[in-house]
Design a protein around this ligand. Sequence first.
Ligand SMILES: [Zn+2]
Length: 511
Amino acid sequence: MTTRTVISPQGYHTGKCGYCGSTLAAPPKPPKADEKAARDEDGNLKGSETLVDDDDVLKAIEPDGNQSYYVSASTLSVEDYQKLLDRGWRRSGKLLYKQNRKASCCPHYTIRLEASKFETKRDHRSTLNRWNKFVLGEEYVKQVARDAAKDKELAKKRHAEKLATRNATRELEIAKKAARDAGLKEPSSLPPKLTGDELEKMVHACEYSTLKTPPEPAHKFEITLEPSNFTEEKFLLFRKYQVEIHHEKPSKQTHESFKRFLCESPLPQTTGKTAADYGRKYGSFHQLYRLDGRLIAMAVLDLLPNCVSSVYFLYDTEFHKYSMGKLSACREIVLAREGGYKYYYLGYYIHRNKKMEYKANFPPSELLDPESNVFHPMEHFVPADKSFTGLNKYRYFSYDEPTESCRDCDPEDPGVEKDPYEHRKTALSGYDGRFHHLWDRRMPGITPLEDMRQMPLGDIHIRVGNVNAVANQLRGFDMANIEEENSIVRHMGEMAAVMGPDVVMDAVVEL
Ligand SMILES: [Zn+2]
């Protein structure tokens, strides 16, 4: 690895949830000594009412708002970012974050699928067909069909296709008989399947560079992939999209905000050097969609050792009816397959969020378990039969640690049988109303405090201004304790626990 990751801890923050709008009530502060001794006008001690009661403590850790741990990265190797994705992290520009799923109202689940195993549905096929028809135009399609009909080779192929259809009819009969024998409902049709090659053909079918011309298609559609640099044209598309789709104020969409969000990246542009990935592109890219020369859509993508990761997708709202999001996902899966990237990461999946539903429609997808950081099939979290289990039952669900799952707590709702916060109360014996360190917050998927105590945090490489050193050279570092509030040891230890000790021990930490 030639690139060394350079990071700086930004700490744990709570804020408004961008999905449901919930905010977190500030955690109760412990009474100060002088407040404890405060007296009322009659001179009586007010002591008892300033003590933090159990209800307040519980309120402070009840899921509400968005709670995340942040790190800024000036440089991040693609290998390290791959590790972070697989630990539930994401990036926005140069800011990296991992949500505390257990304590946030809308838990974010990392979702991915193995690109070669993607099973298209009829829906994907009709979306691709509709777009191809629009781009190519009726005239072009007819002319090409006329030309092709003359082709003898094609006639042979047609014959083979007919045979295949006949085989499909036979397969359906077999499936029906099997269902009858098993006492199950007979299928009315076999699920439509597109083989890998067919999906690739459909995705590329409308690209000008692949067309046989003349005749000329109705529109000239071009796709290019370039480093995530700023251009005014991209910015104008972004502003239109944010205003029209996300109803944001035009005045808030500045060059700077666009650059920070979708152009800047800590990932260096590199190419694969090993036999297995020679020449493969890595880094942050913009995939541009041009129609008759005009920029109509743009995908922001991270190309990493094990995946194509979708960062963002924006398009001209004029083309909204063509389901651009779905088209782009199909195109990105094809990019992953053709480029040799094993997985396609669709970002985060939030259950019960309408805008995220389409992400569940790219089988066979997997979700990252928030407790164990292991990927499991989507069905383990969201049962295909819609039964009242997994995320259908729990707001926060872990397949590997099911006892950690929590339901929404509503004492007024008779549908909720049991206090879902029972385990938290137990965990909080001796809790004084403050979060002394990250482990107090019971953030899932981080390295346990016991393990962090064993970690040689003093060996971490640090940079202060222009000076390179190791943490142990900082005054008092070896004397401080990982649990000590505001100590540098604690900041380092927390960051290593959330990012993974292997990433932080190899990085340079800027202070
Ligand atoms: Zn929310």
